[in-house]
Design a protein around this ligand. Structure first.
Ligand code: PFF
Length: 454
């Protein structure tokens, strides 16, 4: 089943950093704080932790299993695990989701470049809070500039993808991820030493259980899947490049812990600052782009801080867009026999088209809505809250119920050479708990329990 000519990551560290690079991104630093802010703070965080541990982690490990066992791109991998069945649709769905996520993600990634540019040219300095909001809205409702930055970002991603697995993905992650941690920790220290920081910390860490509603639970689950990059086979593709000695359970645990740590660090950077300057934590997607530059300019070395922060955000976004792009590129390359370069061009052009519509949905296409959502919000909602958890649920059912337990265990223990003490717990989560819980969360959001309760 293994293809000896297929690329692999060159080292253990490379494996971890590339996977952490995929997981850690705008989801942690842009999406997590605003979702937490809009869903009641610590209560959301608590449900989020449970979703990460009980749903996200088992799905991640299962994706690692599928990827390394099949050594194929996402679509090909599901074909290998369940040949001749319709289960392979999960893989195709994953390729589609990668496109859709890139379609809005690269727009936000493009905004980070604009903010780096503005930090360097000094145009962030000396503005009032309203001027920051106005400036942001003026920028993202425009036509040319945000689309240009979106294309630049897609171009950067494209360049790394074309460079291949080892010298592109692995090498760039090895440089970028440690840098990111360093910058994050520095910003955390700055934020918690602000006057009034404790209010922000309480908002983030002291739960008010009355805030837990069905939509908070759905949002937490969606955030967990999105942040961990699971539910669409992204980590299937990466795991197909893992070596045969990679310890899958340990890698999954490390990636999950680091991803969660970065989200918490982002919260610790943002909420004390937000409270310290009297800004609403529920500001929404603009939280990072309007409130933070405002916060930074009130601090000593503000211009430098905002430059550093947006560079960090761009780096985090880049290591994630690379992984999303790779899902689609590997599929076109292997299943349709394109060269890597041509496959990547096809994917980049498709993403540019989607990105253009997403970007315009903040301006000229603002009034084109479906279910009350603009194109950008629709892509975000449908992928994170529906397609990822649904893909995760099907992945659990497939591997939990159709794959021979011995094959699963052999792959996860590297053929019995590594211990995996929690195998039975994992198998239980996979077979019963995760699919049932995800199903119930969907039904709950659809209002089934309210209806039953009459
Ligand atoms: N996990 C990434 C983030 O938190 O920004 C986003 C992402 C990457 C989602 C890859 C899904 C994926 F397959």
């Amino acid at each position: 089943m293994t293809n000896p000519n297929r690329a692999t990551f060159g080292s253990k560290l490379g494996v971890i950093l590339a996977s952490v690079g995929s997981a850690v991104g705008l989801g942690n630093i842009w999406r997590f704080p605003y979702e937490t802010g809009q869903n009641g703070g610590a209560a959301f965080l608590l449900v989020y932790f449970i979703c990460v541990l009980v749903l996200g982690l088992p799905v991640m490990l299962t994706e690692f299993f599928i990827g390394r066992h099949s050594r194929k791109n996402t679509a090909g991998a599901f074909d290998t695990i369940a040949p001749g069945s319709k289960w392979n649709l999960i893989g195709y769905n994953g390729v589609l989701v990668a496109f859709l996520i890139l379609g809005f993600y690269s727009v936000v990634a493009g905004w980070t470049l604009e903010y780096i540019y503005q930090s360097v040219t000094g145009s962030l300095a000396g503005k009032t809070a309203e001027q920051f909001a106005e400036g942001f809205n003026l920028f993202n409702s425009g036509v040319f500039r945000p689309i240009l930055w979106t294309f630049v970002f897609i171009g950067l991603t494209h360049f790394i993808i074309v460079s291949g697995v080892k010298s592109g993905i692995e090498r760039s992650s090895k440089i970028m991820m440690p840098l990111l941690f360093l910058i994050l920790v520095g910003l955390c220290i700055r934020s918690v030493t602000l006057p009034g920081a404790s209010k922000g910390l309480l908002f983030l860490f002291r739960p008010d259980f009355s805030k837990i509603t069905s939509s908070v639970v759905l949002s937490s689950m969606g955030q967990a899947f999105f942040s961990l990059s699971v539910g669409m086979g992204c980590l299937v593709t990466y795991a197909s490049y893992f070596g045969k000695n990679t310890n899958l359970p340990k890698t999954a645990l490390t990636v999950t812990l680091l991803d969660t740590l970065v989200a918490i660090l982002a919260g610790v950077i943002i909420f004390p600052a937000v409270f310290s300057f009297g800004i609403r934590p529920s500001a929404g997607p603009e939280l990072v782009f309007i409130t933070l530059p405002n916060v930074f300019q009130h601090l000593p070395w503000g211009a430098l801080l905002s430059f550093v922060f947006f560079v960090l955000l761009a780096i985090a976004a880049l290591t994630s867009t690379i992984s999303l792009h790779e899902v689609a590129t590997a599929y076109v390359l292997e299943e349709h026999h394109f060269t890597r370069k041509r496959a990547a061009i096809l994917v980049s052009l498709g993403v540019m088209a989607l990105g253009t519509i997403s970007s315009l949905s903040f301006g000229v296409l603002k009034n084109f809505t479906l279910f009350g959502l603009t194109f950008f919000n629709l892509l975000d909602y449908v992928t994170a809250k529906l397609m990822l958890p649904f893909g995760g649920m099907l992945t659990c059912i497939l591997v939990g119920w159709r794959v021979d337990r011995k094959i699963l265990k052999a792959e996860l223990t590297n053929h019995g050479t590594l211990p995996f003490y929690f195998f039975n717990v994992y198998a239980f989560l996979l077979k019963y708990l995760a699919p049932v819980a995800i199903g119930l969360i969907f039904l709950n959001e659809l209002g089934l329990f309210r209806w039953l309760a009459g």
